[in-house]
Write a protein of this length. Sequence first.
Length: 232
Amino acid sequence: MCRTFYTLIFILLCLDANANSKNLILGFIQDYPPYSYELNNQPKGRHVEQIIAISTTSGVAVDIEFYPVQQLLRKAVNGDIDGIVGLVYRDDRAEFLDYVLATKIDEVTVSLYTLKQKRNIDELINKKAILAAKIGFALNDDLHAKLNAKGVELYRFSDISIVLKLMEAERIDGIIHSDNAITLENQYKNILFKSEEVLTSEPTYLTFSKTLNPVKVKLASKLSSALLDSKK
């Protein structure tokens, strides 16, 4: 019984130490160049560089972790990470992400990619178009409404190579994706064309979990303020 009691005390002390850690654990979108990615086991990308720079000037130490979007959201809800870098605002995300502490970090443009040059989605509406979007890639309400109004069907994918084969077979008409230069425009620049139409352009944020304790809230506020000051 005594041993069990001391084991519980030890666990509680460890949890308390973690809760009062001086480091903020920030999650970044995995494999999302040029914004956030790993190269030779080193964190890279525009968002990563911004946060590292702000961390240095503000004196708020950060730990960087990479996960797919849906896993990032789950970890924020569970309190496994303190914040997320690079997400656009969504009403459902505001349930567990504190956008009062949020600071704009970038702007993400969403475009249409096709095998043959198209100026806009209207050029696909000679039939009921089927467009692909990666699993976890969120479309805002305005874009959803636009696609629904035009009778566009949305196909969700995890492997872009399968989508390209379906496009070559004329079973899918295009891909909706943010302007991720390395993944789409460079890797597939001889295959895919980006339309002239901008589907949406949205800010992305440094935001924090609503599960933060008071110590972490102070650190988050300090980091957000430093980021905001750097943009003035």
